[in-house]
Design a protein around this ligand. Structure first.
Ligand code: ACO
Length: 379
């Protein structure tokens, strides 16, 4: 066949579009949001500024920042119909509840296909969806615990408000800042599986809600966003420094993967892991020291058992330690990731919507050579 262009498995390394949203330079251990280093943004700006940057394309001036905060703060409150739906969505984990609730919220808002609306309306949909997701998630979590959801507090910034809605208590400043750093670090990350999913859906011209709901589904898989609680479970299972070697070797020799290690693009240190290791260290506690011991030894064992694969910790390894220290329960780790990544997805949907070309690759058929005669219905 000459009309096939064969690409590597998993599309690894294949350029499928152009973007101004951001990128990852895997060999250098560097990633950026638009033209800025993501890590430098975390050090110098706050969540709202980067939210503005991603959706509106530029870091805000002081006046733009005030206007943006005034725009998003009321949007954090759930419409009554969405709040009323949430109790029936507690049958499963919050990521599943989020899928349904966001889909409903989009329908309720009357989101239209991106192909049929102007840039300003698409942007308003993007701002709305990204403002509402944290409130949906924290409400779902509390309902699952048999607790009343907590309404957003308009005087609290994004990250502090997130912890407040989750726990019912105003967080310590160091916890709010630590979670803010984590959330800022996960807003976007190149053409990952969920971002690609969102862009494929947007390329059909579907509405913002449809693209974001598809992306949530992609993020829920353990190979993508489902690993931080598993990484922490692994730390618990290892338990003591003496167990590291036997536990890790047993897993690798049994053909298992260690959650929180390896990355599809980074073949050196994941800069998010380095940043979160520092954040975890600043929070203190014995577990972070144990986590660092585990990281060091596991990287050595992986280099021995999987030579040349360049396996290091990814964002999820220290994310779990940071989140649990700040009071985020384990079943909310992936949802917390989704709360920030929704902004990256929305930025990508806005960009994709400006391109009218549908993303439509091909698969190479490898089944029995057709046409095989259709057998008659068995007597
Ligand atoms: N533990 C043990 N071995 C690993 C790991 C790991 N965590 N990750 C990769 N390897 C091995 C693979 O078994 C493979 O070995 P082989 O060559 O003997 O077959 C080799 O390294 C290359 O693996 P690939 O599957 O080609 O790596 P890929 O880049 O496709 O996978 C992934 C990346 C999915 C993240 C993988 O490293 C993994 O499964 N990690 C564990 C899950 C995890 O932490 N996910 C969170 C990722 S971060 C994020 O999505 C936000």
């Amino acid at each position: 066949m000459t009309d096939f262009i064969e690409v590597p498995r998993g599309l690894a390394g294949v350029i499928v579009t152009e973007t101004e949203v951001g990128d990852v330079r895997g060999e250098e251990g560097f990633y950026h949001y638009r033209q800025y280093s993501a890590i430098e943004l975390i050090q110098k700006r706050d969540f709202e500024d980067v939210w503005h940057l991603m959706l509106k394309g530029e870091l805000p001036t002081v006046a733009q920042r005030e206007a943006f905060i005034a725009e998003v703060t009321p949007l954090r409150h759930l419409p009554k119909a969405v709040a009323d739906l949430l109790p029936s969505l507690t049958v499963s984990v919050p990521m599943e509840g989020l899928r349904t609730a966001l889909s409903f919220a989009a329908a309720l808002r009357g989101m239209k296909p991106v192909l049929d609306i102007d840039e300003e309306t698409r942007l308003a949909d993007a701002v709305y969806a990204s403002a509402i997701v944290p409130t949906i998630l924290t409400s779902l979590h509390r309902l699952r615990q048999g607790l009343e959801p907590i309404a957003p507090r308009d005087d609290l910034a994004y990250a502090a408000n997130y912890l407040y809605m989750l726990t019912g208590e105003e967080p310590k400043p160091e916890h709010a800042r630590a979670i803010e750093a984590y959330l800022m670090s996960t807003i976007d990350h190149g053409f990952n599986a969920s971002t690609f999913t969102a862009r494929v859906i947007a390329s059909t011209g579907a509405d913002m809600g449809a693209a974001l709901v598809g992306a949530i589904g992609a993020l829920s898989g353990p190979l993508h966003g489902g690993a931080p609680s598993r990484a922490l479970d692994a730390l618990d299972a290892i338990g003591t420094p003496e167990n590291i070697d036997s536990w890790v070797r047993g897993k690798i020799e049994g053909g298992e993967r260690l959650m929180g290690f390896g990355h599809a693009v980074y073949k050196t240190d994941d800069p998010r892991s380095l940043m979160l290791r520092d954040v975890a260290t600043s929070l203190g506690g014995h577990r972070v020291e144990f986590a660092k011991q585990v990281e060091k030894r596991v990287v050595e064992i992986l280099a021995e058992l999987k030579p040349g694969r360049n396996l290091y910790t990814n964002v999820e390894f220290f994310a779990g330690v940071v989140m649990e220290d700040c009071g985020v329960p384990r079943d909310m780790f992936t949802p917390t990731f989704a709360a920030s990544r929704v902004i990256g997805w929305a930025a990508n949907v806005l960009e994709q919507a400006r391109d009218s070309k549908i993303i439509r690759p091909r698969a190479k058929y490898v089944g029995e050579v057709p046409p095989v005669p259709v057998p008659p219905i068995a007597e």
